[in-house]
Design a protein around this ligand. Structure first.
Ligand code: NDP
Length: 478
């Protein structure tokens, strides 16, 4: 199967004859060939978005809201197909692809459809004048997404971007292009006006960078690694493009002795290993209060060793395959580094090859203890099924250790003392933090990180703010 770009309302072959082979992470078998789009393809996609912009931006909020709702309805019909394709393309368990990827992608379109329908113009009265704050569309945007939550993150950007009257060119990860293709089929079927959403496949170096650099792009919403984010930022800054960066993380889970023990073990296993630890919000540094360190550690090892690793398409699989051979090598590198840095592997790190899937990218989930919190393994983003355990005694020492990383995306605190939980949570340098839960998402709240984890916030009204320009109209009374 050869994928095609989606430009100006039609599927189009790329102009070069360059292809990338997309492999199934669990089996190593070919799924499809992905076009590598060059500057000509990128230019055509931007041009078609530019042509569609005047008409689309003039539709009312109600009309655009209706289109988002039609996309959600279409995706709803394709629910099982989304889950299956996403599971095959990413290596994640089908149950997770259903509960997160398929469900939340649909929810994103529905949520922004409603927000945009209900959007009101803010007014500020003065004694002698009235101010209106208008949210205007910006123009043509580039939306660039990573491989870990392909359709979910694409829908998270597309829905508010086009909802606010912009038109867009998307570039999904070359490693997971399948549900982006499915989304293009969906919008094609419902007859979304041509050029409102365009999609170019390809790699970051050629296709992604050309998109960001192009002077006809007005804004860029990028989710991906911090190093790539820095390149995207430099290139976008040169022409003052509006920019949102959702980048990497190294998140802490903080376990106090007064936590609800069993619930916390379950929560920390989930936050450490969901999607094989390949979620930017995963808690991979686990700080445990000294009094319960040994008990908690042993329960964690038991729970992790009981997780079922295997065929992502099996209903009872807890852990699937890693995204690529290269990523597997990265996790193996950090597993070796942990030992070099003086750590002890309490479990995992060994290859585990489910029967019949020996050509996939498999590793048993890793728990390491004995590392200094300053070690590379406990400060760098690994983005895989590997967590490090650290003991703490006092609150102030804990906060220093937790904040000692260049990242600041998310975290979780586990305690029955909510006052202490809030005090500690609010001392952490991070964009988001959960108390006694993890990945409990309300689409209305701001999402994003501080320090090297990103710039700006998306989510709810913050997404609508990013994907629009504010204008103040002041009318003097007589
Ligand atoms: P990358 O940074 O490698 O890639 C992200 C996207 O950018 C891909 O589509 C990639 O294309 C593209 N890209 C690569 N180079 C460039 C460039 N120079 N110009 C423009 N685009 C480019 O990230 P990964 O795909 O490996 O994703 C994992 C990372 O994403 C982790 O660091 C994770 O923490 C982060 N992430 C952050 C989230 C957040 O909300 N903060 C959410 C999810 C993930 P291609 O891959 O095809 O080369």
């Amino acid at each position: 199967m050869n994928l095609k770009n989606y430009i100006g309302g039609g599927f189009r072959q790329q102009t070069s004859n360059n292809w990338i082979t997309n492999l199934n992470p669990a089996t190593g078998e070919e799924i499809c060939k992905v076009p590598v789009s060059n500057s000509k393809d990128v230019h055509e996609a931007i041009n078609s978005a530019r042509i569609a912009y005047p008409k689309w931006s003039k539709l009312s909020h109600g009309e655009r809201s209706l289109w988002l709702s039609k996309i959600a309805d279409k995706l709803e019909e394709m629910f099982e197909e989304i889950a299956k394709i996403e599971s095959i393309d990413t290596g994640k368990p089908i149950s997770l692809a259903r509960s997160v990827d398929a469900s939340r992608s649909i929810a994103n379109f529905r949520f922004f459809s409603e927000m945009i329908r209900d959007l009101e113009i803010e007014e500020f009265e003065m004694e002698d004048a009235t101010n209106f704050v208008i949210q205007k569309s910006i123009g043509v945007g580039a939306l660039i997404t990573p491989w870990n939550l392909p359709l979910y993150l694409l829908s998270w950007k597309i829905a508010p971007a086009i909802g606010m009257g912009n038109t867009v060119v998307c570039k999904p990860s070359e490693l997971t292009p399948m549900t982006a293709d499915l989304l293009m089929r969906a919008i094609n079927d419902i007859g979304l006006p041509p050029g409102v959403i365009n999609l170019v496949h390809g790699n970051g170096i050629e296709t992604g960078s050309q998109l960001v650099e192009n002077p006809d792009i007005d804004f860029v919403s990028f989710t991906g690694g911090t190093v790539t984010g820095s390149k995207v930022a430099s290139s976008a800054a040169a022409s003052f493009k509006k920019l949102s960066l959702e980048l990497g993380g190294k998140n802490s889970s903080i376990i106090f002795a007064d936590c609800e023990f069993d619930k916390t073990v379950r929560g920390v296993v989930r936050s450490g290993f969901l999607n094989q630890g390949q979620i930017c919000l995963c808690g991979s540094r686990i700080f445990i209060e000294e009094e319960i360190y040994d008990d908690f550690k042993n329960s964690l090892i038991d729970a992790v060793e009981n997780m079922k690793i295997g065929n992502p398409l099996n209903e009872d699989t807890d852990l699937g395959a890693l995204i690529s051979r290269e990523h597997l090598r990265k996790i193996e590198y950090y597993s070796d580094l942990a030992i070099e840095e003086g750590g002890v592997l309490l479990t995992g790190g060994v290859p585990c090859l489910p029967k019949g899937l020996e050509k996939g990218n498999w590793i048993a989930p890793i728990i390491v203890e004995g590392l200094n919190h300053e070690s590379r393994c406990s400060k760098e983003e690994i983005f895989g099924p590997m967590v490090t355990l650290h003991k703490f005694r006092k609150e102030d020492e804990l906060i220093k250790m937790v904040n000692n990383t260049k990242y600041g995306l998310a975290g979780s605190v586990w305690t029955e003392d909510i006052e202490k939980g809030r005090r500690v949570a609010e001392s952490i340098e991070t964009g988001m933090i959960w108390i006694n839960t993890w990945l409990h998402r309300d689409l209305r709240v701001p999402f994003g990180g501080v320090k090297d984890s990103g710039i700006g916030r998306e989510g709810g009204k913050w997404s609508l703010g990013f994907f629009s320009e504010l204008m103040n109209v002041c009318i003097k009374h007589k």
